[in-house]
Design a binder for this molecule. Structure first.
Ligand code: SF4
Length: 162
């Protein structure tokens, strides 16, 4: 299955054309994913039911899973996430007067070997996929949406590993 998270628009257009769809189908899906933040093809109500079934058979919208969530008094949120292969990464959301800054991981493990840091013990294991990196931002957007203050991630910083 192809995870649609993290695909560039041109790649999504190409996929839709391979499915016999018009390019605008990619725009519709992008809008549902990133505008309406749905994670279920059945909610994409301007797409025909038959093509939604095709999407469900061949594609997915899979986010990393939250293993641990810590929140401090100033609203900072730190997450430990489980990836599909059971690797784990951390990411942090910080609140500033200018917006909500997400600090996301791009790798599992680290080769720098700083003796005080557990991320370096096993060395770098792999890079994250675009979907896994985008997933960290989308998870924070979902948590912000649940706070019901109409906020979203406004800034993203990419680190190696957390
Ligand atoms: S994650 Fe940072 S502190 Fe940890 S080993 Fe790598 S460079 Fe050092």
């Amino acid at each position: 299955m192809i995870n649609l998270y993290g695909l560039e628009m041109q790649k999504l257009i190409t996929l839709m054309e391979q499915e016999g769809q018009k390019p605008f189908r990619a725009t519709q899906i992008y809008t549902w994913i990133y505008g309406h933040k749905v994670q279920n093809f059945d909610e994409m109500t301007d797409i025909s039911k038959s093509f939604r079934e095709t999407l469900k058979e061949k594609y997915c919208l899979t986010l990393p899973k939250i293993h641990t969530k810590q929140m401090s008094d100033d609203g900072t949120i730190k997450l430990l996430l489980n990836l599909d292969d059971n690797c784990q990464v951390e990411c942090v959301l910080m609140r500033y007067h200018y917006g909500n800054a997400a600090c996301i991981s791009s790798q599992v493990g680290c080769n720098m070997g700083c003796t005080f840091c557990s991320s370096g013990i096993l060395g770098k294991q792999r890079n994250l996929t675009a979907a896994e990196m985008m997933g960290q931002v989308l998870i924070f957007n979902r948590l912000l949406k649940e706070e019901n203050k109409g906020q979203r991630v406004t800034h993203v910083t990419i680190m190696g590993t957390g």
